[in-house]
Design a protein around this ligand. Structure first.
Ligand code: GTP
Length: 264
């Protein structure tokens, strides 16, 4: 990476923020908060919903998968269960994703960010061919960042924290895109413990090994893996409910986008 390269020739494109996270981590509430923040701060945002099964959204989406694909009909037509229905809907949508990219390209001059909500079950997006197609289509055209939403109160046990971080790590590995960890629900539990575990390898190892149910050699190796993973990350504490941390979140996104700008 060439640090300090002039970016004056860079024609600003919107930065794509793909919001992912475990079911119930608060993706939709977080996205709603991002939308409110952009509107209140004169930031030009464009909103995309990729969850075909969501009943009601608290924000209005500029592009909504539900306008193109009718999830319930897909379930009936292909005789699928709920997850198969969501996956097939996403596959159908992915076949037209070049049109979505063109729509954004045409508006690129007027946009700062594209905010993307993904299906509730994380693996439908992160472990499917269509998720990969959509992610790659974005990343080959615009600077693209993954915002991984963590349910902070639910991650306070070392073993749960470790599983959640390993999942985030697998997303980094699979998408090869920069990741921002958004520790959500900090109104309920502060994410200080997470920062300490991420900064102090030994403190985390001690916390994990105090859980006797855990295999110690495996957990030691995993701690080492995560220590390496954290070097590639930015972390912010947020609350989708109170709106805390929104400015820090966008700062983290901008810092990443700047690092990657020369690729676009
Ligand atoms: P699915 O897509 O349905 O899996 O969920 P999601 O990840 O989109 O989460 P959603 O936004 O539906 O939020 C899940 C629950 O967490 C809801 O009850 C929210 O009110 C709650 N929640 C989300 N963000 C916060 C937060 O910052 N603080 C608190 N206290 N609750 C939150």
């Amino acid at each position: 990476e060439q640090a300090g390269t002039s970016t004056t020739n860079f024609k600003r494109k919107p930065v794509i923020i793909i919001v992912v996270g475990m079911a119930g981590s608060g993706k939709t509430t977080f996205l709603h908060r991002l939308v409110c923040h952009t509107q209140a701060s004169n930031i030009r945002g464009y909103v995309m919903n990729l969850d075909p099964a969501v009943m009601t959204l608290p924000f209005s989406a500029n592009i909504d998968i539900r306008d193109t694909v009718k999830y319930k009909e897909v379930m009936k037509q292909f005789n699928l269960g709920p997850n198969g229905g969501i996956l097939t809907s996403l596959n159908l949508f992915a076949t037209k994703f070049d049109e979505v990219i063109s729509v954004i390209e045409r508006r690129a001059d007027q946009l700062d960010y594209v905010l993307v909500d993904t299906p509730g079950q994380i693996e439908i997006f992160t472990w499917s061919a269509s998720g990969a197609i959509i992610t790659e289509a974005f990343a080959s055209t615009f600077p693209t960042v993954i915002a991984y939403v963590v349910d902070t109160p639910r991650s306070s046990s070392p073993v749960t924290f470790m599983s959640n971080m390993l999942y985030a790590c697998s997303i980094l590995y699979k998408t090869r895109l920069p990741v921002v960890l958004a520790f959500n629900k900090t109104d309920v539990a502060k994410h200080q413990f997470a920062l300490e575990w991420m900064e102090d390898f030994e403190a985390f190892q001690a916390a994990v090994s105090s859980d006797e149910s855990y295999t110690s050699t495996l957990s030691q190796s995993l701690c080492l893996v995560l220590d390496e993973f954290y070097k590639n990350l930015r972390t912010v504490g947020v609350s989708a409910v109170t709106g805390a941390g929104m400015e820090e979140f966008f700062k983290a996104i901008d810092a990443i986008a700047e690092e990657y700008m020369e690729n676009y």
